[in-house]
Ligand binder design. Structure first.
Ligand code: 5GP
Ligand code: MG
Ligand code: MG
Length: 179
């Protein structure tokens, strides 16, 4: 495993992300929604660094279904709190193609959210991205498969306190052992 972003760099990046979000909302109350499961570590760190009054909730989106390339996108909003007329900040782990963020944004708008902004820890630099862009990004990374700080492979590695690149042989070994 090759460390891409250290624990100290993550702490610094999340503080800067919170500062940017604070400056944008200027103390206005918001509803922060975590995209389960990948954003849980970022979410816990981020909401404690934001200064405005917050309601917090969760929504689930999964597309990977055990692989390292996206499959069908499934959204589960059963646990979502009421977002009608609220200013919503959607928090996700990573913006890859943008399909997840685009779909979730649309979904929250159909529930009557007054506004929907998006914050992600990572954005991959690739050419085939969706036209919807995340509003707040902590780190830009190359197009490699990463794990840690909430991001998984087969639900493993979410607990790592840093972001690391999972190499093809490690992907194969993990699938063999935990798949
Ligand atoms: P998108 O819909 O933007 O293509 O993909 C976003 C979702 O795919 C993320 O929420 C995340 O669950 C997953 N994903 C994309 N790239 C990676 C990656 O490098 N590592 C991991 N663990 N998940 C990824
Ligand atoms: Mg995800
Ligand atoms: Mg995943």
């Amino acid at each position: 495993m090759r460390t891409l972003i250290t624990e100290a760099q993550l702490a610094d990046g999340v503080s800067k992300l919170a500062g940017e979000i604070d400056r944008h909302y200027q103390g206005k109350p918001i509803t922060v929604v975590a995209v389960l499961t990948g954003s849980v570590v970022l979410f816990a760190d981020l909401i404690r660094r934001l200064s405005m009054p917050q309601r917090v909730g969760v929504i689930q989106a999964s597309s990977y279904r055990g692989g390292t390339r996206p499959g069908e996108l499934v959204i589960d909003a059963k646990m979502l709190i009421d977002v009608k007329d609220r200013d919503v900040l959607l928090v996700d782990d990573i913006f890859d193609t943008g399909a997840t963020i685009a779909k979730l944004k649309e979904e929250l708008e159909t529930y009557g959210a007054a506004s929907v902004a998006t914050a992600v820890l990572l954005r991959k630099t690739r050419s085939d991205q969706h036209s919807v862009r995340p509003d707040f990004v902590a780190f830009e990374i190359p197009d490699e498969f990463v794990v840690g700080y909430g991001l998984d492979y087969l639900d493993m590695y979410r607990n790592l306190p840093y972001i690391a690149v999972l190499e093809p042989d490690e992907i194969a070994a993990t699938a063999h052992e935990f798949g």
